[in-house]
Design a protein around this ligand. Structure first.
Ligand SMILES: Nc1ncnc2c1ncn2[C@@H]1O[C@H](COP(=O)(O)OP(=O)(O)OP(=O)(O)O)[C@@H](O)[C@H]1O
Ligand SMILES: [Mg+2]
Length: 435
């Protein structure tokens, strides 16, 4: 994608092994600087920012000169790299906290392959991290992936404040996942989707991609006549957003729902390609897509993670669940696939808490975005009756938290989205499935 312009901020040290020559030979137009103020002033003119200035607590590696020291003295530890007094992490945070710059994707360069260092960058808001030494093909692949994502995000509808000023971009694809089953993934997905649909009826779709035993339809008391299996059977459906809409069931809240296959074996035919085509087509026909991604990590789930702008990761206060989540985070940090999209939700599914929130945050190595209260009766009633908590008990604390989670996940927290009439589309109305 050679016409793109990339800003590369380096420190005098990292500039010695700069990745700029590689980017220019790949055809990108690069602005190279070692001045962070200049970088911040010009970042919005670029499609991607690469911060190659290190982190403060990166594991120190001996410098080349220290390694070669033959005077018997302890080799000096490499100083963490930084430009001026700001580290890469500081700059990342600054960019993410400034609305005008927040949409520019950031690729951070780590000093080493150390997981802690990568997590530090991702927590500060980096979209991806790459470690020294570089592999030329990997640099190009990651840069290209980020540029593509940035282009896609330009088509997102803006969220507008009540005084008419555009203040942020709404996130459009929210996935809910847990590396462990029974954690409340479907409860969370259905409730945040219903809450979003109550705000924007007929503009939100919930897809059940828990391909083994998806339970979204049951949680919403819907009986699916057509499922994902029928959708992937006909290639034309995935190419035609209007036709795809006819495969969704309409819930009373105004939410549209695409049900999971009814048997585990019928899901075997669903490929990662199907999933990415499905999400792309849904984004043409809906404003927001919520995905119940279940608890199985495979190529299809990774495709969902890639397309999602927010990944709600549910965990409950139990050691095996925390270990599973920690394992997932490490695994994904390695491949750089979730970045700053992750949002951790602690679902208090036990009457007594032995583990405190701060223990859980310490075990996960990250902050919990929100916690859902325990309720012995409310959630069970909701699943048994097929009426999500946000509708069945809207004044409960659980509903209030789930509603908040919905707006936080979509980035619509505290802002009013203006009513816009849906775009009328020509054709295919004759094919609409009868409800
Ligand atoms: N905070 C909570 N307090 C009490 N019960 C809860 C809470 N959250 C969810 N539950 C109950 O836990 C059960 C499992 O929830 P749910 O089906 O949403 O989990 P899941 O992770 O999707 O499970 P699966 O792996 O089977 O898909 C349901 O009966 C639900 O009502
Ligand atoms: Mg489930």
């Amino acid at each position: 994608m050679p016409a793109s312009t990339i800003l590369v901020l380096e420190s005098p040290e990292t500039a010695l092994t700069s990745l700029v020559p590689q980017l220019t030979s790949a055809g990108y137009t690069v602005t190279q600087t070692t001045d962070p103020d200049e970088a911040l002033a010009t970042i919005v003119e670029h499609q991607l920012a690469i911060l190659d200035v290190g982190v403060p607590d990166a594991p120190a590696k001996p410098t080349k000169s220290a390694k070669e020291s033959k005077d018997g003295k302890e080799p000096k530890e490499a100083k963490p790299e930084a430009v001026g007094t700001r580290t890469g992490i500081d700059l990342c945070r600054e960019i993410r906290a400034t609305p005008a710059m927040a949409a520019v994707p950031i690729l951070c360069v780590a000093n080493s392959d150390d997981v802690e260092e990568r997590i530090g960058f991702l927590e500060a808001g980096a979209d991806d991290v790459i470690a020294r030494p570089f592999d030329a093909r990997e640099v190009e692949a990651r840069v290209e992936a980020l540029l593509l994502r940035f282009q896609r995000s330009k088509h997102k509808p803006p969220v507008v404040s009540s005084d008419g000023l555009t203040i942020t971009q709404a996130r459009r694809v929210v996935a809910v996942f847990s590396p462990k089953g029974g954690v409340g993934t479907t409860t969370i997905a259905t409730n945040i989707a219903v809450a979003a649909a109550q705000r924007r009826p007929d503009r939100v779709v919930l897809v059940d991609l828990d391909l083994q035993f998806g339970a979204v339809a049951t949680h919403l008391n819907l009986s699916a006549k057509q499922t994902l299996t029928d959708i992937v059977r006909d290639e034309a459906v995935l190419r035609e957003p209007e036709l795809l809409r006819t495969f969704a069931m309409r819930h009373d809240s105004g939410l549209h729902v695409i049900a999971a296959p009814t048997t585990p074996e019928s899901s075997d035919f669903i490929t990662p390609d199907h999933i990415s085509q499905l999400i792309a087509a849904l984004l043409e026909g809906y404003e927001s897509v919520v995905i119940d991604a279940g608890s199985t990590l495979d190529e299809r789930t990774l495709t969902v993670f890639d397309a999602a702008e927010t990944i709600v990761l549910g965990v409950y206060p139990e050691i095996p669940a925390l270990k599973a989540m920690h394992g997932l985070v490490e695994h994904l940090a390695e491949s750089g696939s979730i970045g700053a999209k992750a949002m951790y939700v602690l679902n208090n599914m036990f009457a007594r808490d032995i583990l405190k929130r701060r223990d859980i945050e310490a075990a996960l190595g990250t902050q919990i975005g929100l916690d859902l209260p325990y309720d012995a009766f409310l959630y069970l009633k909701a699943v048994n009756e097929g009426v999500p908590v946000v509708m069945g008990a809207p004044r409960s604390t659980a509903a209030e938290r789930l509603g908040k989670l919905s707006s936080t996940a979509f980035g619509t927290d505290g802002v009013v989205v203006p009513a816009v009439e849906p775009r009328k589309k020509a054709g295919l109305f004759g094919l609409r499935r009868k409800a």
